[in-house]
Design a binder for this molecule. Structure first.
Ligand SMILES: NC(=O)c1ccc[n+]([C@@H]2O[C@H](COP(=O)([O-])OP(=O)(O)OC[C@H]3O[C@@H](n4cnc5c(N)ncnc54)[C@H](OP(=O)(O)O)[C@@H]3O)[C@@H](O)[C@H]2O)c1
Length: 346
């Protein structure tokens, strides 16, 4: 056994819990590298009045964490050097001094972070009904990823039966749900993702009508062919070149939902459409941030829960085990090596 593991076992026997945490060691330039992160150990804090202590069982990896590693404020404040990396977690309440939670409750913690334990005052913690779906589904389809897809597509994309909906990062956690909800709404759905393997996931697993590989040299032409009737809704998760090829195919009164711009998160320069064309084609371009739409959660859980129970939602997950794998799995996700929700099991 490794020396550190001996120490942990010893401390645990004394009733002292050790919290392993991954912190921001330095700000990445471009694609993050392992040196930007550090694993540290600290003692697990004791919950105060009104607080709960949660033992994390799963972490949900999300591209937004990369935005907050930069110096510039985006829609959330940047992380400070030494902060635990931001991210959602699922866990079990270990000790509760909050009347709303009991020991043993399974909960989702919005900002639990990349660590083994967290303390919360109950704000931004929601109970999870583990009898409805396996736990990990609450990080993906029935969690923030699914709700982002639901709100973005239905409230801002306004898809109508028979319309063409195009989704980028189409096999990812959000994208795979956008594609499937659009199909349920009777649309023709075109997915864009990187690499031949993902083309199979898009068609076979998620039921896209057409799949287009943006890493292929013939991408521009292939997207035009796949969208011969034009695009009515473009759900943009990536921005950059993919968006530049997609938007000129927009039909009149089309809707562009700006959900994410991942191609720019690693400091790549931004590009954009010619704004006169937005005027001429009467396009709506709508950005949104899920946290402004918490009021839609009951509708989301009702509809998505029903579709899930009816077997109409296919789910892919990339689950890796061990906190040590959070950093490599996160870097892999930013390189498109995941299909479906990237999750760390602790
Ligand atoms: N607005 C909101 O409230 C909100 C909430 C959640 C997520 N989001 C956004 O939604 C998007 C998807 O997030 P997610 O959690 O579902 O992650 P994800 O799609 O599961 O993983 C990210 C995917 O992005 C693609 N990608 C990475 N770099 C790219 C590049 N340079 N060009 C094109 N594609 C690239 C990769 O797939 P391929 O390259 O193979 O396609 C990768 O698998 C992100 O932009 C995220 O910021 C927004």
């Amino acid at each position: 056994m490794h020396h550190k593991q001996h120490v942990r076992v010893f401390l645990t026997k004394l009733g002292i819990l050790v919290n392993r945490q991954i912190i921001l060691a330095s700000r990445p330039t471009g694609l993050p590298c392992p040196e930007n992160f550090r694993m540290i150990e600290s003692s697990v804090p004791v919950p105060g009045e009104g607080e709960v202590l949660i033992r994390h069982t799963h972490l949900g990896l999300a591209p937004a964490a990369r935005l907050q590693m930069g110096e510039a404020a985006s829609y959330r404040a940047p992380m400070k050097i030494g902060d635990v990396i931001y991210g959602q977690a699922l866990g079990t309440v270990l000790k509760s001094r909050n009347p709303l939670y009991r020991e043993g409750d399974v909960v989702m913690i919005q900002d639990g972070g990349w660590q083994e334990y967290s303390i919360s005052d109950g704000h931004a913690v929601t109970k999870v009904e583990s009898d409805i779906a396996p736990l990990t589904v609450w990080l993906g389809a029935l969690g923030t990823s699914g709700m982002t897809a639901y709100v973005g597509l239905l409230d801002f994309g306004l898809p109508q039966m028979g319309e063409t909906v195009v989704v980028s990062a189409a096999s990812g956690a959000v994208g795979s749900m956008v594609g499937q909800i659009a199909r349920i709404k009777g649309c023709r759905v075109v997915g864009i993702a990187g690499g031949q393997e993902k083309m199979t996931h898009l068609r076979r697993d998620f039921g896209y009508d057409a799949a287009v590989d943006y890493k292929d040299a013939a991408f521009d032409e292939a997207l035009r062919e796949a969208c011969s009737a034009g695009i009515d809704v473009y759900f943009d998760n990536v921005g950059g070149h993919v968006r530049d090829v997609a938007w000129p195919l927009m039909n009149r009164n089309g809707r562009i939902v700006v959900c994410g711009q991942i191609s720019e998160y690693n400091d790549s320069p931004a590009s954009g459409p010619g704004w006169f064309d937005i005027l001429a084609r009467r396009l709506s371009v709508r950005g949104f941030i899920l946290s402004d739409h918490a009021n839609r959660r009951p509708d989301f859980l009702r509809d998505m829960g029903a579709w899930y129970r009816e077997g109409r939602i296919a789910i892919r997950e990339e689950v890796q085990e061990g906190l040590d794998l959070a950093v490599p799995a996160f870097i892999a996700m930013l390189q498109g090596k995941n299909s479906g929700k990237a999750i760390i099991k602790l």
